[in-house]
Design a protein around this ligand. Structure first.
Ligand SMILES: [Zn+2]
Length: 470
């Protein structure tokens, strides 16, 4: 019996969130991502279940990127006995510190409301980062054998840019059984994490996965295409101008990580080009402000166009009347600022955060506009508003929604269906099988069907908890 090379999907199948996959390569047991499952609640009840594998037996945890649905259960994993090493890019680790600190506050509040123990506490979060090491992009890095007497594990990892958020990476694991014949071919598997909607305003494009044999890929938009990207900035401009003419306020619920920075960059271009009137723009989220600071320090990871702008003297995330409101007092003062004005705040799906206060303040007035610029999960307040609900209770206040409701899907941080197919086509020659995960069931199954029909590759929607031999 050869040493195993096997993948098992524990969560993040039939759902967009909660990514958690196990790769067994010989004696090594490796997890890829350990995310929080999220829906109507910040943390769905399934997060409270024990992990379905022996946590203490896991040697390594590799993290594709710092979104909560990829990192949110790491403190629980550590609390439950994980003793191995965590690996990611440097930027993913730095962003994860902010994301987990923020999540801890929200999870603690949510648990208190429900009369439950929090999923984890500050001490559990503190234990995570001393275990977390970083690896660079584009260096084939051997994964060390663990345990007594072991030398060569036969496994190495190579990181490519996924173009999704700052520091996001795809992992290619290459395995050659060290006990097997010397001339036996090696095998590889690529985990995409989330795939960026390239070209994006700030980041580099998703790199191709030429040579991949097995592919584990996301499918959030597996069954839908976004509107063309060349219209997104114009649409944003038009909506802001129409609202400004009415003397209204524009609300943009926005994920703190990546989306806020992208929208800020777009607003900067609109302001500098005098395409919208001069008006206050508030970034009303301590987390988004801290993330923006990390973006400012990571200019080397931006695309060539941005790097050229920076060399030409451009300062990113900086334009007249832009205000970063850190404290609660500063946040409350936004209400006193005269309209027109623009408010960016979290959470991106209106499941908490300062956006709720602004929704209560502004959504009952037809002069105002709310613009959705990202995926709205099933059951979230954001989804309910985007779908056109008129009578709602937000933060215990009944609201009769009169504001204009707009959606710009071109700013999605995920590839759409056509671009996912195009991405897989880069590896068509070498692909043995594609596992389509991280999507609602109809999105994943639709994409798997497209990959089979249009590319002739073996694509499947895997079963939870079943080991697939590679
Ligand atoms: Zn993501």
């Amino acid at each position: 019996m050869n040493n195993p090379f096997r993948v098992t999907f524990y969560s993040g199948i039939g759902e967009v969130t909660g990514a958690n996959f196990l790769l067994e390569a010989g004696a090594l047991r490796i997890l890829v991502d350990c995310g929080l499952a999220q829906g109507e609640k910040m943390a769905a009840d399934e997060n409270r279940q024990p992990f379905a594998y022996d946590v203490a037996s896991i040697d390594y945890l590799f993290i594709t990127h710092a979104h909560l649905d990829h990192v949110g259960r790491i403190p629980k994993l550590v609390k439950d006995g994980f003793k191995g090493v965590i690996y990611s890019t440097l930027e993913t680790r730095e962003l994860a510190k902010l994301i987990l600190a923020d999540a801890l506050g929200l999870l603690t509040k949510e648990a208190a409301r429900e009369g439950l123990e929090p999923l984890y506490n500050q001490e559990d979060v503190n234990h995570v980062f001393p275990m977390w090491q970083t690896i660079p992009y584009h260096v084939e890095t051997p994964v060390s054998a663990t345990g007594s007497g072991a030398t060569n594990s036969g496994l190495s990892v190579f990181l490519r840019d996924a173009g999704h958020i700052l520091g996001s990476s795809m992992f290619r694991f290459t395995y050659k059984d060290p006990a097997g014949p010397a001339d036996a071919p090696s095998k590889n598997i690529v985990f995409t994490g989330d795939l960026g909607n390239s070209p994006t305003p700030l980041l580099r494009d998703t790199e191709p996965v030429t040579g991949a044999q097995y592919l584990v890929m996301e499918s959030v938009y597996g069954d839908r295409n976004h509107e063309p990207k060349d219209q997104r900035r114009k649409k944003l401009e038009d909506i802001i101008n129409e609202t400004a003419k009415r003397g209204g306020t524009v609300l943009i619920p926005s994920f703190s990580l990546e989306r806020t920075q992208v929208i800020l960059y777009e607003l900067e271009k609109l302001v500098e080009g005098k395409l919208i009137p001069s008006m206050p723009v508030f970034v009303d989220s301590p987390l988004a402000i801290a993330v923006t600071d990390i973006y400012r320090k990571s200019e080397n990871l931006f695309n060539d166009k941005i790097q050229a702008e920076i060399r030409g003297g451009e300062t990113l995330f900086n334009f007249p009347k832009l205000e970063f409101t850190v404290t609660a007092d500063m946040s409350r003062d936004i209400d006193h600022a005269k309209a027109p004005k623009i408010i960016l705040a979290g959470s991106g799906m209106s499941t908490g955060g300062r956006m709720l206060h602004h929704e209560v303040m502004y959504l009952s007035d037809p002069k105002n506009t709310i613009i959705f610029v990202g995926y709205q999960g099933v059951g979230t307040l954001g989804r309910t508003i985007a779908d056109g609900a008129k009578h709602l209770t937000i933060a215990a206040v009944p609201i009769n929604i009169q504001a204009q409701i707009e959606t710009i899907l071109g700013y999605s941080a995920h590839k759409d269906s056509d671009h996912l197919v195009e991405f897989v086509a880069t590896a068509r020659e070498s692909l043995k099988r594609v596992f389509v995960v991280m999507g609602e069931p109809k999105a994943s199954t639709f994409l798997a069907q497209r990959l089979r029909d249009e590319l002739g590759v073996k694509a499947l929607y895997p079963e939870r908890g079943v080991g697939y031999e590679l």
